[in-house]
Design a protein around this ligand. Sequence first.
Ligand SMILES: Cc1ncc(COP(=O)(O)O)c(C=O)c1O
Length: 406
Amino acid sequence: MELTRNEDSISRRISAMCQRVRNAKEAGIYFYNMPITELRGGARVQVNGREMGMYASYSYLGLIGHPRINAAATAAVDEYGSGTHGVRSLAGSLDIHRELEATIAEFQGGEAAITFSSGYVTNLSVVSTLVGRHDVVFSDKLNHASIVDGCLLSGAKFVRFRHRDTSDLEAKLKREKDSTSKLIVSDAVFSMDGDIADLPKLVELCQAHGAWLMIDEAHSIGVLGKTGRGIEEHFGLEGAIDIKMGTLSKTIPSVGGYVAGSSDLIEFIRHRSRAYIFSAALPPAQVAASLASFQVIRDEPWRVEKVQDNAVQFIDGLKARGFNTLETETPIVPILCGSDELAFYVTREVHQEDVFVLPVVSPAVQEGQARLRATVTAAHEPHEIDEAMDVISRAGRAVGLVGDPA
Ligand SMILES: Cc1ncc(COP(=O)(O)O)c(C=O)c1O
């Protein structure tokens, strides 16, 4: 029997998703892709014509709109134009690309660095460039989707270990002891939970089992360590990671991704990564904005201290108000709700009082683990954080998630 296009599984998938979105919109519990018209330095935003406190931003150091960064981006457009008309390997490499890569290498403590057009593409391409069919890649179960996709694309044996469970990883490494090449990949700070990878133990296991270590610093640059240099600085383990990946889209208010490591590693990736060889270079404005951001992080060290203090205030305050914030130690603060519905209802209540925070539901997190994924940044003042927590608390009580304060 022939299938018509209306009956095939592609059509069914499309209509099931559209129906789910329509239902959520009709019930007033669809919060995604909301039009933001003003970012106002990161602490406040204009959403659908309403000014709201921003608690969903990854601009951890509050650098969006920083005058030095904006000026650098504008000057780059004046000097080079808006694009590079090609891939880096051919006519697309500018002097500022090299300058940015040298700056990243220095900041991350690597010999060299290479940039890509997004963080997602960086993970996808770097993992699949480094490992292949006869290798094994070990990945934390809660690693970012871009790492998972890189592992799948690589064709390597894909072994997932329980979240931050280094005993499970060790057992799995032992099982693969005969394989020639092994790569362990982990987020530094987990994007949905805010907890930190056990770097000392990962390094120890890599040494014991002859494995390479790749760490995704998307949420740790500017956030961990006294000067914001990330997870190595946090644990005092400078130079311990072989492959340090990061993005230019969160703490750095631009777009793009990068990897830092040894000169040979970077040279290899520059000549083997398909995303580098076959995709256009980062545009000049984004490169210049990124360069200026690293300079600002160096020149304004108070920002790192402030985001760390704000995270402590936010986590402690929410716990005191009865919320479960899992194991977070960083500005990413999950506020556990349980069911998807409860997460949507809390969000709706919170939005009514002009606090902008978003729910994360299945399948992005395990069923029953739906949450608000709230963040604080260096742009927030302590009194604003207190007010936002009171709003979240009222919402939590209204839907029965937490009880009345003692
Ligand atoms: C841990 C992690 N890695 C990589 C990425 C991808 O980075 P980008 O958004 O710059 O493509 C993200 C983005 O959310 C992330 O959270």
